[in-house]
Design a protein around this ligand. Structure first.
Ligand code: AQP
Length: 333
């Protein structure tokens, strides 16, 4: 076994991937993998997507796209397994055991549950409620030391730690208690239509997000339409959240700091700034989209990647689930 710290990262194929997922998560994971300091597992979290009603064909398409986008964005499948969560049955097996060690009270305090049940009032299903337990299973199954999480997922990591500690206290040391990994640089990308909300792939307004596979025209159009303020200065400040969001997107794709961006566009106005942001995003997406197109024309290769990823993931996951089953008292098959 490697003595490197282990990291589990994942994205749900709950919609087409946005530049929010890329700039806030995937881009950092690529850098993390390059350092060779960690043993990384990359999970395509398909089981999580069905807490919200989805068309089966959309899940299939989004899942394959996501796999190809992981590789096209720079994740090296030769170095780390990339796998579909549903190909590793231990996620569901562990999730049941953990459900029996999690309290209704703790789950009802989760803000994402409250938010999502408000958004999907016609489908407040039990899976939506126990989603954090499946997420705890995802992490604990791999005995992950670190989990890269954004602000929005911190509460779920906290409950994962609580569940792990409770299980360890009840049944003896079984799980590693994971820590949050906060990347040194990580953009939080906001909706182009409402800078108070994060950019989300499930947003019903398609002008709010930029997809990784959006055409150059679509990127230009969406950025030109982005909500800003009635001023004209490319600067940060009170009431300028829309411009600040575009500045941070521009900074994330060009590597420029906020100060450098303010200087670059000093006295130039939004009519110059917005197309420049769009051009920079288009250029950043171009090589990824080209690689994606190549990969999608080679389905055999993609299949090989997710199969061998699942093989490695299953090996690790099976070890944990058999330990857990033994500890709770199930007779070994
Ligand atoms: N707008 C964002 N800015 C920065 N990071 C973001 N992430 C998501 N949106 C932004 C990060 O992407 C990773 C994977 O997210 P996920 O697919 O597991 O779920 P999510 O955070 O709920 O992403 P979405 O796009 O908002 O999906 P839906 O609309 O289905 O809920 C995480 O690391 C997240 O922080």
């Amino acid at each position: 076994m490697s003595d490197k710290k282990r990291i589990l990262s994942g994205i749900q194929p709950s919609g087409a991937m946005t530049i929010g997922n890329y700039l806030g998560a995937l881009k950092n994971w690529v850098e993390l993998q390059k350092t060779d300091e960690y043993e990384c597992y990359y999970m395509l979290a398909d089981l999580h997507t069905i807490t919200v009603r989805q068309e089966a064909k959309d899940i299939r398409k989004n899942a394959m796209d996501l796999l190809a986008l992981f590789i096209a964005s720079g994740i090296d499948p030769e170095k780390s397994p990339i796998f579909f969560q549903s190909h590793v049955p231990a996620h569901v097996q562990l999730s049941w055991v953990l459900n029996c060690n999690t309290y209704m009270g703790e789950l009802s305090r989760m803000t994402q549950y409250k938010d999502k049940s408000r958004k999907h009032a016609d489908n407040i299903n039990a899976g939506l409620f126990t989603y954090p337990v499946l997420m705890a299973a995802d992490i604990l199954l791999y005995q992950a030391d670190l989990v890269p999480v954004g602000q929005d997922q911190k509460q779920h990591l906290e409950i994962t730690r609580d569940i792990a500690q409770r299980f360890n206290n009840t049944y003896s040391e079984t799980f590693k208690v994971p820590e949050a990994y906060i990347p040194k640089v990580g953009a939080r990308v906001m909706s182009l239509q409402n800078p108070a909300q994060k950019m989300s792939k499930s947003d019903t307004n398609e002008n709010g997000y930029i997809l990784m596979l959006d055409s150059p025209d679509a990127v230009m159009r969406k950025i030109k339409r982005a909500v800003t303020d009635s001023g004209s200065e490319v600067k940060r400040g009170e009431g300028k959240e829309g411009i600040e969001n575009l500045m941070s997107i521009y900074g994330a794709v060009t590597g420029k700091t906020m100060e450098e961006i303010e200087n670059e566009f000093d006295g130039k106005g939004y009519g110059v700034f917005k197309p420049a942001v769009a051009e920079a995003v288009i250029e950043a997406l171009r090589p990824i989209q080209e690689k994606y197109n190549d990969l999608m024309s080679n389905k055999d290769y993609l299949e090989k990647i997710y199969r061998s990823g699942a093989e490695i993931a299953n090996l690790t996951a099976r070890k944990t689930i058999s330990k857990v089953y033994r500890k709770v008292g199930f007779i070994q098959p």
